[in-house]
Design a protein around this ligand. Structure first.
Ligand code: SF4
Length: 629
């Protein structure tokens, strides 16, 4: 595999301890590994020392822009950030859209590898090949929005793009994220805490270079045709008008959202309808906008015009926000969800990793395991916006009970004791974003994901689509892609989506513009065609997806090296096995014998060891990683 075209060409290395900057070519690595996350995973595997805690300064924090990022391929904008996972101790990665990643490539870089810890808080300024480590005077302690404002006043370059951490990253809360392009959140795995552990407040970038593609005329024609096509499809129109928020109501009707710390799976239908009505009638939406090269434009400038949250402005409020604040914490006022989501953005908090421990605390309080003696005098109640806002602030600054909650629900439960672990909803130590009882392929993907608790590594949204078995067979090779509660063929379906998601990780194309979101959107063949025309590395979709398998195996190798994860780590929380769903699938849960069989099928189809859930030496050789065998 090689990518002679459409690359920035270099890896930037910044050692903050020594305040040293070096540059090396990307080429030797992208000859062997898939671009973007493939190279990132290889660097992470080889450069993370054994036996160091995730926040040890010696560990690397690695940023990448995918192979198509910066070109006119639709939605080719994603930045992926890799590190040792603060919550699990294993593989960690987070992704965000926006405009930073394209600008990084225009500056001539495909990756940034940051190691060490600066003696004082700093930011990195990348102005084409001129890279400066600057003192973060006046920035430390500021919110992400204030940081961006100060840096924009300080750095006078027209194409400036920024990413930063807020107070949560500075206090190294595991719930800290990195905010990219003002509102894009690179969330999960504690990437913001790792950045804080390096005393690194922000990265600024601007580039004046251009990317050359292999076949300019054909690439431009196909890119523009795809952009035009995507603009016209119904899925795009819905996303552009309302963002992803309307799917909250649809998922609630299916009885598949986390409610009050996963004690139920459906909120009152009228409450969900009121949220959907507010979104559809655009009570808060002012204007749609999108990330770099995006014809879908699923983001909106939003503003609350009246009521207690009047004046709140936000961008990119998603369905996930309604799961996190609406379902999980019991808040049904969309204006409050918008206000809390923006509070998290400014504090640099990952909504999911911050709200899950709060949900755990609310349930512990509900059951008498926590009292006001433990909560700084706060009375915890579902849906109390003011208290939840205070808890978010406390997490970001590690104040009082916030220090207990800042490292995730599992760590909080382990510290508290009192048999509270059964209410910590996590996979492999990372807080969950998702309900898992009803949709069986969805549950499998989340359970086996190497970073822990994520649906973006193989989660099949097809289980929510009205697909006929014939179409399901034709597209996915299994008849049950649409059947939510069936266990049959779900292992194959998850493997299909793991391969597809890794294809997208190579390219840096946004999941929302693809098959993942709707079958009218870009499929693997279209993505592979754009990849081949842009990079000059001619590959079919199947070849590219097979190459992308290295991404998974490098994650697996990282976890085999740094953790004790095994088959037992791929079992969902007991609550999903013992307490049934509510709503239209009332009674549905994950049955242990069925789960045992599903894991056997998944490991078996991958050729992995059934007892441990780990690949064999032969598996590593077969995917082209013989040195890991
Ligand atoms: S679909 Fe949404 S998240 Fe994806 S690139 Fe477009 S605006 Fe960004």
């Amino acid at each position: 595999m090689t990518q002679p075209f459409a690359i920035g060409g270099n890896i930037l290395r910044v050692d903050l301890t020594r305040r040293a900057v070096t540059v090396e070519p990307t080429a030797p690595l992208n000859l062997r590994f898939p671009a973007g996350m493939g190279v990132n995973n290889w660097l992470l595997l080889n450069e993370t020392p054994l036996g160091k805690a995730p926040l040890d300064p010696d560990n690397p924090l690695i940023f990448t822009a995918g192979s198509l990022v910066g070109t006119m391929a639709a939605t080719a904008c994603r930045m992926t950030i890799s590190c040792k996972n603060v919550l699990t101790g294993g593989f960690g990665a987070a992704s965000a859209g926006g405009n930073f990643a394209p600008e990084l490539k225009y500056a001539g870089f495909d990756h940034i590898v940051v190691t060490g810890r600066a003696a004082q808080p700093v930011y990195i300024d990348i102005d084409d090949g001129n890279v400066t480590i600057c003192d973060a005077d006046g920035l430390w302690g500021e919110t992400t929005w204030e940081t961006e404002k100060i840096l924009r006043a300080r750095i006078d370059r027209p194409t400036l793009e920024l990413l930063s951490i807020g107070p949560a990253g500075e206090s190294m809360a595991a719930a800290a994220c990195i905010i990219v392009s003002r509102t894009r959140s690179a969330s999960r795995c504690g990437v913001g805490a790792v950045m804080g552990s390096k005393n690194l407040k922000a990265i600024a970038v601007s580039g004046s270079g251009a990317l050359q593609v292999a076949e300019p005329e054909a690439f431009m024609a196909e890119s523009l045709a795809m952009q035009r096509y995507l603009m016209g499809v119904d899925t795009t129109k819905n996303l552009r008008n309302f963002g992803t928020s309307t799917s909250f109501e649809a998922w609630n009707k299916l009885g598949s959202i986390p409610v009050r710390n996963y004690q139920a799976t459906q909120i009152d239908l009228d409450e969900a309808d009121a949220i959907a009505t507010a979104v559809k009638e655009k009570h808060y939406i002012e204007k749609a906008f999108g990330c770099f090269a995006c014809p879908v434009m699923c983001s909106q400038y939003q503003r609350v015009k009246s009521g207690p949250h009047a004046g709140t402005r936000g961008e990119k409020v998603e369905s996930q926000d309604y799961w996190d604040f609406g379902g999980k914490l019991g808040i049904s006022d969309p204006a409050a969800v918008l206000a809390l989501s923006e509070h998290c953005t400014q504090l640099g908090l990952d909504n999911t990793n911050a709200t899950n421990p709060i949900a755990w605390a609310l349930e512990c309080y509900q059951r008498g395991l926590l009292t006001t003696d433990d909560t700084d005098g706060l009375e915890l109640a579902w849906g109390d916006v003011e208290v939840i806002s205070q808890l978010l602030t406390k997490i970001a600054y590690r104040e009082g009970i916030g220090d207990l909650l800042a490292d995730g629900s599992l760590a909080a439960a382990e510290r508290l004791g009192r048999n509270s672990e059964r209410f910590a909803m996590h996979m492999k130590g990372q807080d969950l974003a998702e309900e898992m009882r009803v949709f069986k392929g969805w549950a499998l993907a989340i359970a086996v994901a190497e970073r822990g608790g994520t649906h973006t590594q193989g989660g099949p949204l097809t289980e929510r689509m009205p697909l006929q078995p014939e179409l399901s067979m034709q597209r996915f090779g299994v008849p049950t892609a649409f059947d939510p509660t069936s266990y049959e063929h779900k292992a194959e379906l998850v493997i299909y989506y793991q391969r597809f998601h890794n294809l997208l990780e190579i390219t840096g194309i946004c999941f929302y513009a693809t098959y993942w979101c709707g079958l009218q959107m870009m499929g693997p063949d279209e993505v592979a065609r754009l990849y081949s025309l842009a990079t000059g590395d001619n590959k079919t979709a199947d070849e590219l997806m097979t190459e992308g398998e290295k991404i998974l195996y490098l994650q697996k190798a990282f976890n085999m090296r740094h953790t004790t994860f095994d088959r037992a780590s791929d079992y969902p929380p007991e609550r999903f096995m013992n307490e049934p769903a509510t709503g239209p699938h009332a009674g549905e849960r994950l049955e242990r014998p069925d789960w045992d069989r599903l894991l056997d099928e998944y490991y078996g189809q991958r050729g992995w060891d059934l007892a441990s859930g780990k690949p064999t030496a032969e598996n590593f050789r077969a995917v082209g990683l013989p040195e890991l065998a």
